[in-house]
Design a protein around this ligand. Structure first.
Ligand code: KG4
Ligand code: ZN
Length: 361
């Protein structure tokens, strides 16, 4: 099996962990082509992703997107050096579509395959954009399914130092949006409404903010919004101005906690760089607060397109995994298994919470 110089591997990335179908062709740090489709409009009125609808949509779109990306990149499948697919965590039915396509391609073309962890890929995006000099750094990943703090010391040494103990930040945005009668995905809707609201109108709790650890909790915040909405709507529908204030006050509480924990972690770990990633990191208020409170820290924000789900981050981490491995992986395409749960697979049970990103491990 031929593998060319690891730094400029011609890599096909495939991402299908949730409701975005993403395919990209990467050559080293250059994106040759990207093709993306979303089933979000199908889920909009349900207040969250409907797994069965998401997997069917991936199935309908994946081959067309593969074709479009390869054509746009002017790359023949046989020219690829590596296939990198999101292996998990995510919706299993969705993951199976992308991983099966990746396995079929790798097998039929006799190309190496890597499965990439989706949460880790969100955390790695900023490092990929800035280059090797960025290590060590702390990364905050805030998405619909996960809220995690990583301490990334060298390419091959990354640890989970904090996580949510219940809901993810994006889940709290989505559920709060549903309480306010807004559509899925709720994050952008809350942000839009909050722009004209008063963030000090309601004082919502900041769970775990003053604890001496890096863990988060968002279910209490969401429940607090629920009771407030229930009380306020006891005498009729909520006026738009009240909805705006509720959205702004909720957003302020969520961003306050995220900032405190992420900046606190970066300080205590003694790193100079904080990287953010995941759909919630698109939020303007979160970005402004992080910059405002960063002190001397450098805060790295990937573009909005690279913060939400995409295949570029999958291909970028896939390439890095191959580069970091000292020996060629002996795993064959059919040995890889998609997985739904981040913490069972990411954390190395014997050593606590460290992880080697090399594909041979
Ligand atoms: O990373 P992502 O695209 O998919 C997952 O891996 O989950 O994140 C999606 C999450 C959703 O919960 C969505 O509501 C949230 O990111 N989100 C936002 C914003 N844009 C997307 N949350 C707050 N503010 C936004 N502007
Ligand atoms: Zn994601």
């Amino acid at each position: 099996m031929k593998v060319s110089s690891a730094s400029d591997l011609l890599t096909l990335g495939i991402e299908t962990s949730c409701d975005e179908t993403g395919v990209c062709v990467l050559k080293g740090r250059k994106v040759l082509a990207e093709a993306l489709a979303s089933s979000a409009p199908l889920h909009s009125r349900y207040g969250g992703v409907v797994p069965e609808m998401a997997s069917r949509d991936h199935l309908e779109k994946i081959l067309g997107l593969l074709d479009r990306a390869l054509t746009k990149a002017r790359v023949r499948p046989a020219e690829l050096d590596l296939v990198a697919a999101t292996g998990g965590p995510g919706l299993l039915g969705s993951l199976l579509v992308g991983t099966s396509a990746a396995k079929a391609l790798a097998l039929s073309l006799n190309k190496p395959l890597v499965f990439v962890d989706h949460v880790l890929a969100h955390a790695y995006t900023g490092a990929w954009l800035l280059g090797e000099g960025i290590f060590p750094f702390v990364a905050l990943v805030v998405s619909g399914g996960h809220t995690v703090l990583f301490h990334w010391r060298t390419l091959n040494d990354v640890r989970v130092i904090g996580r949510t103990t219940d809901d993810a930040a994006g889940e709290a945005f989505d559920k709060t949006a549903k309480l306010l009668g807004l559509n899925y995905p709720g994050g952008p809707e809350i942000e839009r409404l909050a722009r004209k609201g008063n963030p000090a109108a309601y004082r919502f709790p900041r769970p775990r903010m003053d604890e001496d650890n890096y863990d988060f909790s968002f279910s209490g915040l969401k429940t607090s919004v629920f009771y407030r909405v229930r009380d306020l709507s006891a005498h009729g529908t909520l006026p738009p101005s009240v909805k705006r204030d509720l959205a702004a006050s909720f957003q302020e509480a969520a961003c306050d906690v995220l900032c405190a924990k992420a900046i606190g972690a970066a300080r205590r770990k003694g790193v100079r760089t904080l990287v953010v990633g995941g759909g919630v990191s698109v939020n303007r208020r979160l970005r402004d607060l992080l910059v405002e409170r960063s002190g001397g820290l450098r805060v790295v924000f990937p573009t909005n397109e690279l913060c939400v789900d995409n295949a570029v981050m999958t291909a970028a981490l896939g390439q890095a995994m191959v580069r970091s491995s000292r020996r060629r992986s002996s795993r064959r395409p059919l040995d890889f298994k998609a997985y739904s749960d981040f913490f069972k697979t990411f954390c190395c049970p014997s050593s606590g919470k460290s992880y080697k990103i090399s594909p041979s491990s």
